[in-house]
Design a protein around this ligand. Sequence first.
Ligand SMILES: NC(=O)c1ccc[n+]([C@@H]2O[C@H](COP(=O)([O-])OP(=O)(O)OC[C@H]3O[C@@H](n4cnc5c(N)ncnc54)[C@H](O)[C@@H]3O)[C@@H](O)[C@H]2O)c1
Length: 308
Amino acid sequence: METAKNAIKHATSSESPFAPGFKVPITHQDTPGKQGDLPIEPINTQVPTEDGGLQAYKAAGKLQDKKALITGGDSGIGRAIALLYAMEGADSFIVYLPEEEEDAQETKRQVEKIGRTCHLLSTDLRQFDNCKKVADAALEKFGRVNILVNNAAFQMMQQDITDIPNEQWIKTFDTNIHPFFFLSKLLVPHMKRGDTVINCASINAYIGRPDLLDYTSTKGAIVSFTRGLANQQMKKGIRVNAVCPGPVWTPLIPSTMDDSAQDQFTSPMGRPAQPSEIATCFVFLASTDSSMISGQSLHPNGGVIVNG
Ligand SMILES: NC(=O)c1ccc[n+]([C@@H]2O[C@H](COP(=O)([O-])OP(=O)(O)OC[C@H]3O[C@@H](n4cnc5c(N)ncnc54)[C@H](O)[C@@H]3O)[C@@H](O)[C@H]2O)c1
């Protein structure tokens, strides 16, 4: 196992992370991963230039005064969503595990620097009662939730079905799909025409990744849940969509993937994504720019052609 210090040397950190050939540093953490312990900070509020350099995300007031609930908003894709939403004029309520308090405080600090509000609540979303506390607290703080981002997840690599402990299979389903149902059930009744639910699925639902069988199965469930809920809520004008990222540099990777998987962590574009490049999809799906889109999946996966 490499240390973070060695990993910095391994990484092509002098290059732009948007340049083809960029590789993530091979490094390991306990789960849940901590953004504060990553050897290279993921990119949250910058997007690529045409030649693979970095430029600031250009906001246009697309989510002015909207209120968003973002699970797993302390780090990775969730943090980038909170920051781009803040740049677009929205306030956030983020949920995470107690061990991730430091990362959550950093997200709050950065959102507030942009000039918006960020409420924090640490809890384990696997229990319905905790989801109820989250929904009640968000409604109490904001009076409404316009955008529900179901983003929290757990994964752990296992090469073969016989290697997956039953407890892991159950934990993965308890974490990755049950809270999507619980929070949607609790918050959709409070939503109005124009409000949205956005679920984070994964490329793995489409390519059937063999060493993440339990995780892949939950992501398939999320895609189908998205389609069913979208059809159900259409009459109320609430749109429900999914985002299915390919590889993205976040704390999930060093906390759940072995050296070989991290070494091959790339896409047809020759690099993994940065969280900002996934968060732009969540901005699009939350705004009226996507007014004709419901029950669909967006695929920011670096060019892998998938069906659906
Ligand atoms: N990083 C990738 O390559 C990648 C690729 C495809 C999809 N995704 C998806 O992106 C989403 C965000 O992941 P990320 O990569 O930003 O990693 P991340 O580790 O930064 O975020 C995952 C978050 O889930 C939350 N979480 C996990 N278990 C929880 C629980 N029981 N209760 C409450 N919160 C809990 C944690 O707060 C954690 O921060 C996930 O749905 C993941 O499956 C990631």
